[in-house]
Write a protein of this length. Structure first.
Length: 693
């Protein structure tokens, strides 16, 4: 079922009198006369996620354009208004809607504060506009319109009554008297058709039989970082300056200038809590850890504490607070991993055994993903008889970290917990802290990922990692940015994660890492990498898997971040390009364009005023140079096909003068596997000197 069909079934205009059973009134004794039902239908209001079941998403400062189908029987003129307000305000604000075509109407409204907003559409039969149009037609046809002018005078008097005591009331009564005066019809018709009169009546429409779309629709307004940001994932315990030593929060502080130099906005840390020792995993996820094995950070909890404590090997809460503050000085936000699961040593296991599932033999059910077994992790039972206490405690955990300056959370495996829990938790947290951002780490079925996004997650992991051909990338990102998904699902394109090292990166070498970085950073407004393995182009995997060999998930690693072959300078340039070009701060402006080589992908992004236009060509073959002819949509980009234009490669700083729509490109992965072109238009000065802007 499409969004429009859902809207028609789940939401529709409420007609006056319908709720009182007007349609069945004939079978009852006649009472006082009631107004008949409203004639106008309002349906298919967009955005309207599942007929209003969920809130659409936008960020502070956006202008939201709402569209709706508004129609009635016959040929009367209609009026429609978009009503909107912050959800906690009693009064509606309103803007008139504009008729587009074929019963489709639209109007914009600005969102000026964080949090939940509401909006709906009200529509009515516009008697005055209908009368005005009929009058004009009859008069132009040479018909006598004396009766029509008297009808118009009555409409104006009613409008004056609706205007109350304001200046419009007396003015309308004067015009009503003029329509009934003994002057020439042509003069009175001219007065009746005056634009000033139409504008005045539009300010005081008759809405006594208006229809309102129901249910009221919702919009979640978040801060800009929810839509645009570059994420860097890093294990604090591997940040030590010398091999073999366990890293600390202080070591993370020392790493901040390096991360800031590369231009990242968010530093995401895997779980920082105490790690259990029972059933601890060894290197490469082997059972039976040795005495020096540090275990998986996702096996949360020990006698040192649980989800509201930090691993003593990393430091103290005061050390963490200092890291958060130092990160802000570098314009970096700390994002924390929230993994609602426990090691067998977590305090919850003994203090709240009722929060866990039991096997028939009485033991606690550990996590499994056959054939994998995670004996070091106990899942929580979100449907136990004590679920309310559990949910309240998990909310407390999130609020605890917000109290320590964290307002971005990456949620581990949310698809293994109830949808209702996340919808409740996110709404509860945002009621007090609307600035909070939640990223759903869910690599699962499409419907499940979409439901999590609808339920309130600000951002979502995507299938980007497994989309590597031109056809796969084009199809998937068209779905994300051009269908109804664009209203509620914001992708965060991680090029790699500690769990996923795709074969493309395993065999493609440095050009593969560069190509995937450019794709992630320009296809999506939000993207991320797991470093330092990414910038060091680490492609070593366990044979036949997407798992890193000697993964940081199970052991300490030492990374030489100063290696001369690092991608740090390339990454810094790409992030600099993102910050300098506002077109890259959005997803919905992504468009794919033709190129006659299947190993090349060509796409662009532009700001609405076309003041910033980026055209991107990426070579998807990391081993061989590729070339082809791209087709630039001149009309779409506001270009004159008779004038040349310049494309400036922001990666290599080369400039090319292009003519017309078809132009030649060549991309050699031994240099850079992509071009990020900024389009510059030809400008002629008063002295006939040309330059490109």
């Amino acid at each position: 079922m499409g969004q429009g069909e859902r809207g028609k079934k789940a939401g529709r205009a409420v007609r006056q009198g319908e709720a009182a059973g007007v349609l069945g009134a004939a079978s009852r004794p006649r009472a006082a006369a009631k107004a008949p039902p409203a004639r106008v239908i309002v349906e298919n209001v967009e955005p309207g996620i599942d007929g209003g079941r969920f809130a659409a998403k936008r960020v502070l400062g956006d202008v939201v354009t709402v569209t709706a189908d508004v129609f009635a029987e016959g040929h009367d003129q209609l009026g429609a208004a978009l009503c909107f307000r912050p959800a906690d305000e009693p009064e509606w604000r309103e803007v008139p809607m504009e008729h587009l075509v074929n019963d489709r109407w639209q109007a914009p409204f600005p969102v000026t504060r964080l949090g939940r907003w509401e909006y709906t559409v009200v529509a009515w039969v516009d008697e005055f506009s209908s009368w005005r149009r009929g009058l004009a037609k009859k008069f132009e046809a040479g018909q006598d319109v004396a009766s029509e002018l008297l009808e118009g005078a009555e409409l104006l008097r009613r409008g004056a009554d609706r205007a109350g005591d304001g200046p419009d009331a007396s003015w309308l009564r004067e015009r009503a008297a003029g329509l009934g005066a003994a002057t020439e019809q042509a003069t009175r018709v001219s007065q009746a058709l005056a634009a000033e009169l139409a504008a005045c009546m539009a300010r005081h429409p008759d809405r006594s039989r208006a229809a309102r779309f129901d249910p009221v629709l919702r919009l979640e307004v978040e801060r800009e970082r929810a839509r645009f940001g570059a994420w860097y994932e890093m294990f604090p315990r591997s940040c030590a300056s010398e091999p073999g030593r366990h890293g600390t929060f202080e070591d993370c502080e020392a790493r901040l200038p390096y991360i800031a130099e590369m231009g990242f906005d968010v530093l995401y840390l895997p779980p920082i809590h105490p790690i259990g020792t029972s059933f601890r995993k060894g290197k490469n996820n082997t059972p039976g850890a040795g005495p020096d094995d540090v275990g998986s950070p996702w096996a949360i909890g020990s006698p040192a504490g649980g989800h509201d404590a930090v691993d003593p090997a990393l430091g103290t809460l005061d050390d963490f607070d200092r890291l958060v503050a130092k990160a802000r000085e570098h314009e970096i936000e700390i994002a924390l991993d929230i993994a609602f699961q426990c090691s067998p040593d977590h305090p919850y296991v003994t203090q709240h055994p009722e929060w866990f599932r039991r096997r028939p033999d009485g033991t606690v059910q550990y996590a499994e993903n056959p054939p994998k077994k995670y004996q070091d992790i106990y899942p929580l039972d979100f449907e136990s008889d004590h679920w309310e206490e559990l949910w309240a405690e998990l909310k407390r955990v999130v609020l605890f970290w917000i109290g320590h300056g964290v307002t971005i959370f990456r949620i581990d495996n949310p698809h293994t917990k109830p949808f209702a829990f996340w919808e409740w938790l996110i709404a509860e947290v945002r009621r007090e802290h609307p600035e909070t951002i939640f990223l759903a780490e869910a690599f699962t079925r499409p419907k499940v990922m979409r439901e999590l996004a609808k339920g309130g997650f600000s951002q979502s992991y995507t299938y980007f990692t497994w989309r590597n051909t031109k056809a796969e990338l084009t199809e998937y990102f068209t779905e994300l940015t051009q269908t109804e998904s664009r209203w509620y699902m914001r992708g965060n394109l991680f090029a790699n994660t500690p769990d996923i090292l795709h074969e493309y990166l395993q065999v493609g070498g440095r050009p593969a890492f560069e190509a995937r970085l450019v794709l992630a950073a320009t296809l999506g407004a939000n993207y991320g990498i797991y470093g330092p393995p990414f910038e060091l182009c680490v492609g070593d995997a366990l044979p036949g898997t997407e798992e890193y060999l000697d993964s940081e998930k199970y052991q300490l690693r030492h990374w030489d971040i100063d290696r001369p072959d690092s991608l740090r300078a390339f990454i810094a340039r790409v992030n600099e390009i993102r910050r300098e070009n506002p077109a890259l701060a959005h997803d919905e402006n992504l468009r794919f364009y033709p190129v006659d080589n299947e190993q090349l992908i060509f796409y662009g992004k532009a700001t609405p005023d076309l003041g910033n236009i980026l055209l991107v060509v990426v070579n998807l073959d990391p081993h061989h140079p590729q070339s082809g002819w791209v087709e630039v949509p001149l009309e779409e980009l506001g270009l004159d096909d008779r004038q040349p234009y310049q494309v400036h490669d922001l990666l290599g700083d080369a400039r090319y003068l292009w003519h017309g729509s078809r132009n030649f490109v060549a991309v050699d992965p031994r240099g850079a596997p992509a071009h990020i072109f900024r389009l510059r238009r030809r400008i002629r000065t008063e002295r006939d000197f040309d330059y490109f802007l």
